[in-house]
Design a protein around this ligand. Structure first.
Ligand code: CS2
Ligand code: MG
Length: 401
């Protein structure tokens, strides 16, 4: 079997997605997701202009060799654009391989190691009362784990909290919007949110929280300590993680479990975090080099008691979600999978076989990863410029969003 052609499809059914479709001479095709939120067209160009010409004629079963060819062979290693492009190729090739062997992808990754993939949903509210309602709505839908984000009094607009009546969506059309930030107000407020959530729902439901890179290590240590009585499942992205050593400070002060890594794109971004056991959950999903890379990273993390907690925001397309579920169900050190359901338009453009039942997602049982692309429908949703917001401290200083 040989790769005969490949093309990049950009569409925007509510938000932008970049999809790579690889064709073979046997008629089997595979799909990979190449969506880099806010920088979509850079990956589309990288793939179409620099990667696709190198794929034609290769054996699609040689996932390891093609991965190395694109990583070592590109000379310029790492980085979100490169690794997202490699991920799209890799996931599409694993899709082809599993379809050609007529089996669901998880069977090529070790087979099922559990009966379902525990997920966490998003509860967002402008006030504590609204957030309590949203957590309750998730519990009614049988979620076992819920991430809670809430507006902070005195701050207009906050990560995770929708400003209109629509579901929260990280990117917004047009140029980047700006929001205001105060670590002091946030630090004072968040423990009360979780105190109230525990009062309302008791001890059993897993509660999670995303700090979205806003704090310094000593502030994160303070927050982790303050949240200990409410035993979070994890505190996510407490600080930006370029300085991996910074997590030593957080770790020394708190037993709140730490998660990080949704923007990591190679194992090198987390080497020290893993080997020094500074984190509990690694948030990389398939965007960091695909299945070939993530399997190796997970095996390395497993040696240091780090579990996988794949990123699953709506900017990762249903192709990533569908493929990630095959990884989640088969990997030994699985922790939890984020599940932020896509819009109806997105789900129609990407017909898929995965399904949610009582707190768990289940991968498709059809050959491959089980997610397709309705190209005729995709054409009706052309690309629209969109960006993630930016963030400034109250005095106007640029801060981390
Ligand atoms: C997030 C994302 O899902 C998460 O935990 O932090 O919503 C993130 O903001 C987006 O994926 C950015 O592209
Ligand atoms: Mg996050």
């Amino acid at each position: 079997m040989k790769i005969s052609d490949a093309k990049v499809v950009v569409c925007s059914p509510g938000r932008n997605f970049v999809t790579l479709k690889i064709y073979t001479d046997s008629g089997v095709y595979g799909l990979g997701d190449a969506t880099l939120n806010g920088r979509e067209l850079a990956v589309a160009t990288y793939l179409a202009d620099h990667v696709v010409p190198c794929l034609i004629g290769r054996n699609p079963f040689q996932t390891e060799d093609i991965w190395q060819y694109l990583y070592r062979g590109g000379y310029w290693r790492k980085g979100p654009v490169t690794m997202m492009a490699i991920a799209a190729v890799d996931v599409a090739l694993w899709d082809i391989k599993a379809k050609a062997l007529n089996t669901p992808l998880y069977n090529l990754l070790g087979g099922k190691a559990r009966s379902g993939v525990m997920v966490y949903g998003h509860a967002n509210g402008g006030t504590i009362a609204e957030t309590i309602d949203e957590v309750g709505r998730h519990i009614d839908q049988k979620y076992l784990a819920v991430r809670a984000q809430c507006g902070v009094p005195g701050l207009a607009g906050l990560y995770g909290v929708s400003t209109d009546s629509q579901p929260y969506e990280p990117a917004q059309k047009g140029l980047p919007s700006e929001s205001a930030w105060s670590s002091e107000k946030y630090l004072q407020f968040v423990p009360t949110l979780f105190e109230e959530l525990r009062k309302a729902f008791g001890e059993d439901v897993h509660l999670l929280h995303d700090v979205h890179h806003r704090l310094t290590p000593i502030q994160a240590a303070r927050l982790g300590k303050a949240l200990e009585p409410f035993h979070l499942f994890w505190m996510e992205d407490a600080v930006p993680a370029e300085l991996q050593e910074g997590f030593r400070i957080i770790r020394q002060h708190t037993t709140t479990p730490l998660a990080v890594g949704e923007i990591f794109n190679t194992v090198w971004d987390s080497k020290l975090l893993i080997t020094e056991q500074l984190i509990d959950y690694l948030r990389m999903s398939l965007h960091g080099g695909g299945i070939t890379a993530l399997q190796k990273i997970a095996a390395f993390a497993d040696m240091y008691h780090v579990q996988m907690g794949c990123h699953g925001a709506t900017d990762l397309s249903p192709v990533t979600m569908g493929a990630a579920l095959h990884f989640d169900i088969s990997v030994t050190n699985f922790g939890i999978q984020e599940y932020m359901p896509h819009s109806r338009a997105t789900l129609e453009v990407f017909p898929h076989g995965y399904r949610y039942v009582n707190g768990y997602l289940h991968p498709a049982e059809t050959p491959g990863h089980g997610v397709d692309l309705d190209e005729a429908l995709a054409k009706k949703f052309p690309y629209e410029r969109a960006y993630l917001p930016v963030n400034r401290r109250l005095d106007g200083t640029m801060w981390n969003w």
